[in-house]
Design a protein around this ligand. Sequence first.
Ligand code: ATP
Length: 442
Amino acid sequence: MKEKTAQLMESIVSLAKQRGFIYPGSELYGGLQNSWDYGPLGVELKNNIKELWWEMFVHQRDDMVGLDAALIMNPKVWEASGHVSNFNDPLVECKKCHERFRADHLKEKKCPSCGGGLTDSQQFNMMFRTHLGPVESDDNIVYLRPETAQAIFVDFKNVVQSSRKTLPFGIAQIGKAFRNEITPGNFIFRTREFEQMEIEYFIPKPAKDADWEVHFDAWVKSVHEWIRIVGIDKAKIHELDVPKDELAHYSKKTMDFEFDFPFGKDELYGLAYRTDFDLKNHEEHSGQNTKYKDQSTNEEYWPHVIEPSMGVDRTMLAILCSAYTVEGSGEKRREFLKLNPAVAPYKAAVFPLLKNKPELVKKARDLYEQLRRTYAVAWDDRGNVGKRYYSQDQIGTPYCVTVDFDTLEKDVVTVRDRDTTKQDSVAIKELNAYLDEKLTYT
Ligand code: ATP
């Protein structure tokens, strides 16, 4: 049975810290306004998410290539993209306590902290600014990128020329983005430094709406497929067709994929039809040709773009919220993470039944060394087997393999399943095949 919604977030944050998934950033110095650090297991989970995404969207498709561009770009990029003039959130300040809020996130027109009156809203630009080089002047202002997307447009020509891809095809990128959010919060849901997994999918210039809609619909399906594969509870996903008057300046259609987080329904991912807005603007601002040349017709034009945009951190939060499970109560209470094996930090754990029996420890250690050549495997010889199960369940390890006296006699081990708690006796020579079958996720 899932814990009540109100406690859920607290339990997840607490488990994440206790087990080394996510710690408050700069905690030693009192933290830093909702910044978070990914600990030993957090970095494994996060890397697995990114690898799975790359595998699904880049390696397994003929029509995709990758990119890893610089975080700091020429500031003209952000003028062309509209970020300098348009990447604003409405900011209000409490006239009494001077706390600042994002106006469109407030339910009432008064200060949520002290009830004081609010100023009129002003546009606040969310890009972080710094200076390039040793001199601080207006001439060398640069921005930390607020999205990974723009580098894909700026590099579009280079990618076409070097990869010889023809339309339709996409460019994928994973990397950090920075936004000076007015009100960061809700754990890793909204932070000022976060990671994105973005795709710009370039399509031929559409003659009619159906020509881009067919690609848009295919991407809706792919996003749902990703949600299933990565282990996010699809019953908690809702599609939101963003109303026309709320569309971003570059978008003709946007679909948000919302998730029922413990604090409420909110955006997990976005999918936008960006038309030819970006490539066209980069040509206008740079004076360089950003068009695509169709080799068969010699026609030159700006391709149109469908953009699936996904936050790594929000993916992680949705996974943790989907996987967090509590069963039983009292002595029998079991708190565990039903992580999809593909993203679980460890695929299996190996234990010797007893720590003080060298022959068991040696056999278990040999098995551990053998398995770790194929999978990420944990070793645990502390406490009793029950405690080790509890500990591995809490971090989402799908299988625990115990080396016991039967192993010494018959070369069989006990394999215990995290979700069912059922135990199987498996011959060591069949263990790899057994785990392969269980861990392969389609
Ligand atoms: P929001 O409305 O929540 O501010 P947005 O619509 O501005 O988000 P996009 O610009 O579409 O977000 O960014 C693409 C994706 O990047 C989002 O769907 C989300 O997964 C992630 N993302 C955006 N802002 C943040 C943030 N401050 N912290 C963590 N992830 C973020």
